[in-house]
Write a protein that binds this ligand. Structure first.
Ligand code: MN
Ligand code: MN
Length: 307
């Protein structure tokens, strides 16, 4: 592997660190069937993933996402959440870990309905086919083409407005955008890039919209890089939220991770654009959604699957 390439960089040991984060996520994924079961509280699942990440020597790169049925992404339980995983659910568990800011990101789908295995299989197969095409110089347009074609063969749709992405140190989403359909022509993968590919599959029309529930937030780069950002905030509670959130740098965090996060303080910060909100994304036509995701390092003639 070329450690001087264009991707995560900044640190000569970055590959080791990404690989370590990936190994930890693989371990957790193997353990998931013990806890991801109907009747279990969603909060228990999230806390299991997040505490295991720390026990194994990394930190969560973002809150554990547990998006059920037509929720596609960005669901994480709130503090004291009593909701349980319902019988018959299709559930995406999307997890991230970082070692010294170097991130791995992966997701799998569990089908407890026993009638949506095709949905899951389509996302797995689309990812597998996409990975087989990855090497330096490949156009993201062509990756998207493989993903969409694979999904269509199952008579299903990709979600057109959810994408894979590049990963950089402390940055969970960056260029290149990797669509789940042919788009982005002219953007080519480069040796040493760290990327996540994540086909989302639905039996709905293939579009997500914001739902009225937000538990995940992040600080914008301009806030994190300015030590005096908190001085921009007059409301004491909002200032305290901002100061506490600084420890996550630009990485997404859950409201339940904060000591105190009064709604009024959060709302104030979001309105002032000092905090970015990630509302739950739901399939607009109510379709069921499956997702499979791996993090990869692009090499000259292939890719290393990190997760
Ligand atoms: Mn993910
Ligand atoms: Mn991702």
């Amino acid at each position: 592997m070329n450690s001087a390439g264009g991707g995560c960089l900044e640190d000569e040991n970055w590959i080791e660190k990404v690989m370590e984060a990936g190994k930890i996520l693989r371990t957790i994924k193997k353990e998931l069937p013990l806890v991801v079961k109907p009747g279990v509280k969603l909060l228990e699942i999230a806390e299991f993933v997040e505490s295991r990440t720390v026990e194994l020597g990394a930190f969560p790169a973002f809150p554990c996402n547990i998006s059920v049925n037509s929720d596609a992404a960005h669901f994480t339980p709130r503090r004291g959440d009593e909701r349980v995983l319902e019988e018959g659910s299709v559930v995406k568990v999307d997890i991230g870990a970082h070692v010294d800011g170097y991130i791995a990101d992966t997701a799998i789908t569990f089908d407890f309905s026993s009638e949506n295995q095709k949905l899951v299989e389509a996302s797995e197969k689309a990812l597998e086919n996409a990975i087989a095409t990855v090497k330096a110089g490949v156009d993201v347009h062509d990756i998207g083409k493989v993903i969409e074609e694979t999904i269509k063969k199952y008579g299903l749709n990709p979600i057109y407005n959810l994408t894979g992405h590049g990963l950089k140190r402390w940055i969970a989403h960056t260029k290149p955008t990797i669509y789940n359909h042919p788009a982005g022509k002219g953007v080519k993968l480069e040796e040493g890039m760290c990327i996540a590919i994540e086909p989302f599959v639905t039996n709905g029309i293939g579009k997500v919209v914001d739902r009225n529930e937000v538990e995940i937030f992040s600080l914008p780069e301009k806030v994190v890089s300015n030590e005096k950002s908190h001085r921009l905030v007059r409301m004491r509670q909002a200032r305290e939220v901002l100061i506490e959130a600084m420890k996550y740098r630009t990485l997404p965090f859950a409201k339940r991770w904060l000591k105190k996060a009064p709604e009024i303080a959060i709302a104030k910060l979001v309105k002032a654009r000092l905090l970015r909100a990630y509302p739950v994304l739901a399939e607009v036509s109510g379709g069921l959604v499956a997702q499979t995701e791996h993090t990869l390092i692009v090499e000259k003639d292939s890719a290393v699957v990190v997760t």
